[in-house]
Design a binder for this molecule. Structure first.
Ligand SMILES: Nc1ncnc2c1ncn2[C@@H]1O[C@H](COP(=O)(O)OP(=O)(O)O)[C@@H](O)[C@H]1O
Ligand SMILES: [Mg+2]
Length: 259
């Protein structure tokens, strides 16, 4: 197994980790986050954090406030509280600045430009970059998602749901984010496709060290790749723990794992 971070072979989607991963200092520290839509208050003081290198999942039922939370983190919603990203508070920053600081957001329902080709979507994802490695990165994500390479000249809108989700993720990764926000990547996809998608998230995290915050209703799969997790209910965090604890938590098993 190569140690190169650039070498994520598509044929090498393994379940066990190729090397021990490193969890670093706190990268994202959210305190007392409030926000909503005009008079409709949705988030009622959320506290959570994500350390460098972690995969953290926020579980929650439909309408719990998962999407609203990610929108607040990426400057797409009027919110109050503090959202420390390294030494900087994102709370009053604009989306474009937050992207430049290293936060990429794959929105719910996929973040692709349907009229553009697959390859042009990837180029657009790199718009903040000035380096000369954009081409190399495109090829790298083609290695991770070979179907995107096959379809590189096709309109993004003509791809299947699963392929569009892969493209949305690859496009977000083209900005070389420190933190990747994923909003319900499993939504509307067949179970086998979802499993494959999550397995590749795990590998991307392990091999590139990209920190990930995933919000999901699919607790089983999300917890299977996560280090830690939180449960959000009616705009507050109700349960938190490491992924293993949460998978064995009775309340979670009843509510989200169908046990
Ligand atoms: N644009 C909006 N305007 C008003 N209310 C909204 C809007 N988007 C979401 N909401 C409400 O905010 C709450 C949380 O929604 P959301 O964050 O999308 O939940 P989740 O992603 O967990 O399913 C829901 O009650 C929803 O109806
Ligand atoms: Mg949502």
């Amino acid at each position: 197994m190569s140690e190169s971070a650039n070498d994520i072979g598509s044929d090498a989607v393994a379940t066990d980790s190729p090397r021990a991963k490193t969890i670093g200092d706190t990268l994202l520290d959210v305190k007392d986050l409030h926000g909503g839509y005009g008079p409709i208050r949705v988030l009622h003081g959320l506290d959570f954090h994500v350390a460098e290198g972690e995969v953290v999942v926020i579980l929650g039922a439909n309408g719990a406030g998962k999407t609203t939370t990610l929108r607040a983190l990426s400057g797409k919603l009027d919110a109050t509280g503090s959202v420390m990203f390294g030494d900087e508070d994102l709370i009053s920053k604009k989306t474009a600045d937050i992207v430049r600081m290293g936060v990429a957001h794959v929105p719910q329902g996929r973040g692709t430009l349907p009229e553009l080709s697959v390859e042009d979507n990837l180029h657009v994802g790199a718009y903040i970059r000035k380096d000369k490695e954009v081409r190399a990165d495109i090829d790298r994500w083609y290695d991770v998602y070979p179907v995107l390479k096959e379809r590189r000249h096709q309109r993004a809108g003509s791809l299947s749901g699963g392929e569009q989700q892969m493209l949305a993720v690859a496009r977000a990764l083209m900005s070389r984010p420190k933190l990747l926000l994923l909003d319900e990547p499993s939504l509307g996809l067949a179970p086998l496709i979802v499993q494959d998608l999550f397995e590749r998230f795990r590998r991307i995290n392990q091999e590139t060290g990209t920190t990930m915050l995933v919000v999901e209703q699919n607790a089983q799969l999300a917890l299977s790749i996560a280090d830690r997790g939180y449960v959000i209910e009616s705009g507050t965090i109700s349960i938190q723990g490491n992924a293993h604890e949460l998978m064995h938590d009775d309340a979670i098993r009843k509510a989200y794992l169908g046990v």
